[in-house]
Design a protein around this ligand. Structure first.
Ligand SMILES: NC(=O)c1ccc[n+]([C@@H]2O[C@H](COP(=O)([O-])OP(=O)(O)OC[C@H]3O[C@@H](n4cnc5c(N)ncnc54)[C@H](O)[C@@H]3O)[C@@H](O)[C@H]2O)c1
Length: 419
C-alpha cells in the first residue's frame, strides 16, 4: 500500500472515535454502504479524492472502499484537515491519506500529486484543485479517467468554465447542484458551522452585534439566518439585485460594502468571489472589527491589501491574527482568511453531510455504470438520485409525508380543469 503522509499516527484512536460519532448521524450513507458491501459496484476502480479531511469524509471514503474501489485521499484545503481523523483513515480504514493541517502550499500540491499518482479512473474534488492540476500538469494521464465529481459551488463554476472553453477532458457530476446538497449543506451546514468557527476562534458575543454577511446565496442565507437567531443585527451586501431584494424582504438591512464597513462588528464573506472586502473597506472599519471568510478560497478578503496597510501584526489567539493599521485601528482576521468553519471548527455536522456524501457515493456509482454514455460536460446529479436521498433522509428522521392521490396526479397534469 502507498505510504500516507499524515501528522501523527498516535492520534488514530481519537480520530476513530470521531469517525464513529459521525457515522451515527449518517444513516442514509450507512444504507448505501451496506448495499455497496454486498454489490461491490466500484470493484477494480481507482478513486483519487481531494476533499476536506473530516470525520464525515472518512465515512464517505470507507463507503467507497466497501463498494470495491481502491481509494486514496488528499486535502482540498491546507487548513481544513483533522489530523486525528487523517490518522484513523490511514491506519484503521486503510486508505492512503496525504493531508496535514496547516501544510504550506508546496506540500498541499505535493499531496494532490501523490493522490494523482494513484492513476484514478474517477476523481472527487471539493474546489476543483485536483482536476485542474491533472489538466494543467499531467495531461497525458487524462485518457484513463472515466469521470469525476465536484462538491462545491466554486468548483462547479470552475469546471463549467473549463467545459465552455472546451478544455474539460472528462465528464463531471456537479454534486453541489443536487437539491439534497446545496439546499441543506450550503444553507444549514455552512450557516451553523460558520458561526461555530467564529465562536471557537473568538468567543465573541453575537447578540447585539452588527453582523455583516457578504453574499446572500445559499451559504449567506444560512449564515444570516443563524446570526439573526442569536440576536445580531444582520446586514447583507450583494451584487445581484434579486438576492439583495430577497435579503431586504427577509428582514435584513441591505447596503453597499463601503457603508457596511463603517458599522460592522463581524464580517463574513460567502460569495465565491475575489476581493469582496478590500483596502478601502479596511480603512473605514471600526477598531476591533472581526473578518472571517466561509467561501471556498482565501481570496474573498484581500489579505495582501490588509498586509500592505498594517503597522504590525500579531497572533493573539489560535486562528486570530490582529492587524494594527497605520490609522491606529486593529482588525482581526480569522483563520488566515480560509474557510472559517473548517479552519477553526469541524465543518458541517454529520447529519447534513449525510445527504451531501450520499450524493457523492451514488454519483460515483452512476459514473462507473454510465461513463460510456457521458460527454466531457458538467452534468447535474440525476433527479432520481436526488429524490431517493430526500425520501431516505425523511425516513431516517421519522417523518412521513402525504402522497398524491390518482385524482390529484390527474388534476396537476391537466390543463382542461379550471374553476
Ligand atoms: N464553508 C463551507 O463549508 C462551504 C460550503 C458550501 C459552499 N461553500 C462556498 O461558499 C461560496 C458561496 O457558495 P453558495 O453556494 O452560497 O453560492 P451562491 O452562488 O448561492 O451565492 C453566492 C452569492 O454571492 C454573491 N456575490 C458575488 N460577488 C459578490 C460581491 N462582490 N459582494 C457581495 N455579494 C457577492 C452572488 O450574487 C451570490 O448571490 C462558494 O465559494 C462555495 O464554494 C463553502
Amino acid at each position: 500500500m502507498i505510504a500516507s503522509d499524515i501528522k501523527d499516527k498516535s492520534l488514530r484512536d481519537k480520530g476513530r472515535l470521531k469517525i464513529e460519532w459521525a457515522e451515527k448521524n449518517m444513516p442514509v450513507l450507512s444504507l448505501v454502504k451496506g448495499r455497496f458491501k454486498k454489490e461491490k459496484p466500484l470493484k477494480g476502480i481507482n478513486i483519487s479524492a481531494c476533499l476536506h479531511v473530516t470525520s464525515e469524509t472518512a465515512n464517505l471514503v470507507s463507503t467507497l472502499k466497501e463498494g470495491g474501489a481502491a481509494v486514496v485521499l488528499c486535502a482540498s484545503n491546507p487548513l481544513s484537515t483533522q489530523d486525528d481523523v487523517a490518522a484513523s483513515i490511514a491506519l484503521d480504514i486503510g486508505i492512503p491519506t496525504f493531508a496535514i493541517k496547516g501544510e504550506d502550499e508546496k506540500t498541499y500540491y505535493k499531496h494532490i500529486n501523490l493522490a494523482l499518482d494513484h492513476k484514478p479512473k474517477i476523481t472527487m474534488d471539493d474546489g476543483a484543485d485536483l482536476i485542474s492540476e491533472l489538466h494543467k500538469k499531467r495531461h497525458e494521464e487524462l485518457k484513463g479517467v472515466l469521470g469525476g465529481t465536484e462538491e462545491t459551488t466554486t468548483g462547479v463554476i470552475r469546471l463549467k468554465s473549463m467545459a465552455e472553453k472546451g478544455v474539460l477532458k472528462y465528464p463531471i457530476i456537479a454534486v453541489n447542484d443536487a437539491k439534497t446538497k446545496h439546499f441543506f449543506d450550503n444553507r444549514y451546514g455552512t450557516g451553523q458551522s460558520t458561526i461555530d468557527g467564529i465562536l471557537r476562534a473568538t468567543n465573541m458575543l453575537i447578540a447585539g452585534s452588527n453582523f455583516v454577511v457578504c453574499g446572500y446565496g445559499f451559504c449567506g442565507r444560512g449564515v444570516a439566518m443563524r446570526a439573526k437567531g442569536m440576536g445580531a443585527r444582520v446586514i447583507v451586501t450583494e451584487t445581484d439585485p434579486l438576492k439583495a431584494l430577497e435579503a431586504a424582504m427577509d428582514g435584513y438591512q441591505v447596503m453597499s460594502a463601503s457603508k457596511a464597513a463603517e458599522i460592522g462588528d463581524i464580517f463574513v464573506t460567502v460569495t465565491g468571489d475575489v476581493s469582496v472586502l478590500k483596502k478601502e473597506h479596511f480603512l473605514k472599519m471600526k477598531d476591533g472589527a472581526i473578518l472571517a471568510n466561509s467561501g471556498h478560497f482565501n481570496v474573498e478578503i484581500d489579505i495582501a491589501a490588509l498586509e500592505s496597510i498594517k503597522k504590525s501584526k500579531q497572533r493573539i489567539r489560535d486562528f486570530v491574527d490582529e492587524y494594527t493599521l497605520h490609522n491606529g485601528k486593529r482588525i482581526c482576521l480569522l483563520g488566515e482568511g480560509r474557510l472559517i468553519n473548517l479552519a477553526a471548527a469541524e465543518g458541517h455536522p454529520a447529519m447534513v453531510m449525510d445527504m451531501s456524501f450520499c450524493n457523492q457515493a451514488l454519483s460515483v456509482e452512476y459514473i462507473a455504470k454510465n461513463a460510456a454514455k457521458l460527454e466531457n460536460k458538467v452534468y447535474p446529479v440525476p433527479k432520481p438520485i436526488d429524490s431517493q436521498i430526500a425520501e431516505l433522509k425523511l425516513k431516517s428522521m421519522g417523518i412521513e409525508i402525504d402522497r398524491l392521490t390518482p385524482e390529484q396526479e390527474k388534476y396537476l397534469a391537466s390543463w382542461e380543469l379550471g374553476t
